[in-house]
Design a protein. Structure first.
Length: 289
């Protein structure tokens, strides 16, 4: 399975976690009653056998690994990814007719009745896949096998970040985006985390001291936590399960503020540069190499 990287803002860890929390009440413990797939041609084809794996079975838990939602069943896991433009919506009562980008309906039954979970994906870069087996098989899936540590894992701290950046000559911003050290620090959140930590995004990762790695690890946790509390970021397509708009970027300190006076120092103006095709925003006064 080959992976395709996007240069457009996409749902990242905060948006996926917001989705997971909103869906959990309808999903966990519910029994799948129906699956309607209108469009199988997503990033990878939706398995033709998916209904056979799901219908009549109970969803044990809804988890998140990086940017992936893991729908845990006994004996297997459905893996979903929102791609560049995807979102899940929870629909109850009178069902609106599906639109041209509503590709999948998953009907579940729980103690409060029936809910239809609708996957909308205008660009069709999302995914809906099945992995049979337990933890070992899931951990070996090509989409999950090389992911780094979760940022909210108690083991993620300055010492961990320092040890995993030794010998990395790439700019620290690029190392964060790669996802093999820590997952979920997408483009928006990398710029904001580096700003909070006072680190120039162009600094080679190997040159970060233990102390600066500590500041950065703390900043990553704070930024991602704040983004989750704000409902994520809605730059183009992302909406929450109930149609809510993410509010994080309204108060961003550097992201998309190029040419504006820095909110922290009040002297320098925020700069925009391009690193490996991605826009990076930083304050040249507040962030040191």
């Amino acid at each position: 399975m080959s992976l395709i990287l996007s240069r457009r803002p996409m749902p990242e860890l905060p948006e996926v976690e917001v989705t997971r929390r909103a869906l959990a009440g309808d999903v966990e413990g519910a029994v799948v009653r129906a699956l309607v797939v209108r469009q199988r041609r997503l990033r990878w084809p939706v398995p033709a056998t998916l209904a056979r794996h799901l219908i009549g079975r109970r969803i044990l838990r809804l988890e998140r690994r990086g940017k992936y939602l893991l729908w845990r069943f006994e004996g297997g896991t459905m893996i979903s990814h929102l791609g560049m433009s995807g979102s899940w919506r929870a629909l109850r009562g009178a069902m609106p007719p599906p639109g041209p980008h509503d590709h999948v309906d998953l009907e579940v039954e729980h103690g409060r009745g029936t809910t239809v979970l609708r996957l909308t994906d205008p660009r069709r870069f999302g995914a809906l896949l099945w992995q049979r087996g337990g933890e070992r098989e899931l951990g070996r899936h090509p989409l999950l096998a090389r992911l780094g540590i979760e940022p909210f894992d108690p083991r993620f701290d300055g010492m961990f970040l320092h040890s995993r950046t030794r010998g990395r000559r790439s700019a620290i911003k690029q190392v964060l985006l790669a996802g093999d050290v820590v997952v979920g620090v997408g483009n928006i959140y990398a710029s904001e985390s580096l700003f909070r930590a006072g680190i120039d995004p162009r600094l080679p990762a190997a040159r970060l001291s233990r102390a600066r790695c500590g500041h950065l690890a703390q900043a990553i946790v704070e930024v991602l936590g704040a983004a989750i509390d704000a409902g994520g970021s809605s730059l183009r397509d992302f909406v929450g399960v109930g149609g809510e708009i993410g509010r994080f970027t309204r108060d961003a300190r550097v992201y998309e503020r190029n040419g504006l006076v820095c909110r922290q120092c009040g002297v320098a103006t925020v700069r925009r540069i391009v690193q490996s095709g991605r826009a990076t925003y930083f304050c040249p006064r507040c962030q040191r190499r």
